[in-house]
Design a protein around this ligand. Structure first.
Ligand SMILES: Nc1ncnc2c1ncn2[C@@H]1O[C@H](COP(=O)(O)OP(=O)(O)O)[C@@H](O)[C@H]1O
Ligand SMILES: [Mg+2]
Length: 269
């Protein structure tokens, strides 16, 4: 633990959004959304299609700028112009459609864009192969052969390589956009285990999913979005698995209705 965080009980938030909003022309994609991601914590963002999940993480990842509210990284307000800038602040994103070159070996994909070179610009292949092997092993992935094309790995394994890569290149915050959506039960389980591992290494994780059964076991905090608004933001102690499931299935509509009725009745004289 660094001296900075050791002096306080609660680790400083890596990411903090406060009242963040985003429009696409006339469409309100996100309104008044707040969340906080601390080191060693997994924040799950849930919601149906069109709820605003991707918009939210695109703001955090530097792909879009927010129109309203504040976005802070380690206590400082930011407004990133690009994902590169976000990455320089330790914020790494693993997208649903992984940017991999299927025919290239696993180790080439691991170092893609950040190749290790020796004198005269020659690639240090041995270093990259052994590092890839060891980093994957450290996350419990025992690949027989890091020379095999990454396209031969399962979807779950590819997600795990992407996670290990982000960790190796110094990510503090890992954003995962629906990493388990296209996977079967067993493979989803593998990815969920690596999410827990990333947390144990002290990363802050933002895990986007529409599946409460994937979110609940690994999450520390839960943000449920509905039509661009946060309809629930709770820590695990304040939420049961059943409540989360209900929020995700129509129950969300009831909660929203209750909210609306409350604000209408409170306005009446
Ligand atoms: N580039 C865009 N241009 C216009 N509207 C968009 C764009 N991206 C998303 N939207 C709209 O914003 C809302 C939230 O979308 P999105 O963040 O993709 O939701 P989710 O990821 O939860 O499915 C939706 O109504 C969607 O149609
Ligand atoms: Mg999406």
């Amino acid at each position: 633990m660094s001296a900075e965080t050791a002096s306080t009980d609660k680790p400083r938030a890596l990411v903090r959004l406060d009242g963040v909003g985003k429009n696409y022309g006339n469409i309100i994609a996100l309104r008044d959304v707040s969340l906080e991601v601390a080191p060693g914590e997994v924040t799950c963002v849930l919601g149906d299609n069109g709820a605003g999940k991707s918009t939210l993480i695109k703001i955090v990842a530097g792909l879009h700028r927010h129109d309203e509210g504040t976005y802070e990284v380690e206590g400082k307000p930011v407004s990133f112009a690009s994902p590169r800038e976000a990455l320089d602040h330790g914020i790494a994103t693993v997208y649903q459609d992984l940017a991999v070159v299927p025919l290239m070996p696993v180790w080439r994909n691991f170092f893609l864009g950040s190749e290790k070179r020796r004198a005269f610009g020659l690639m240090d292949i041995e270093f990259m192969r052994s590092t890839t092997k060891n980093e994957l092993l450290a996350m419990g992935i025992d690949l027989r052969d890091v020379d095999q094309p990454i396209g031969t790995l399962s979807g779950g394994e590819r997600q795990c390589v992407a996670i290990a890569r982000a960790v190796y290149f110094g990510a503090k915050v890992l954003i995962l956009d629906e990493p388990t959506a296209a996977l079967g039960v067993k493979q989803a389980g593998t990815v969920l285990r690596y999410i827990v591992q990333a947390r144990e290494r002290g990363l802050g994780v933002i895990f986007i999913t529409h599946n409460p059964h994937h979110a609940y076991p690994v999450g520390d905090r839960f943000l449920v979005l509905k039509r661009g608004r946060g309809i629930a933001y709770r820590s695990k102690g304040e939420l049961t698995r059943d409540e989360l499931t209900t929020l995700m299935s129509g129950g969300a509509e009831l909660e929203e209705l209750a909210h609306e009725l409350e604000s209408i009745t409170s306005k009446e004289p």
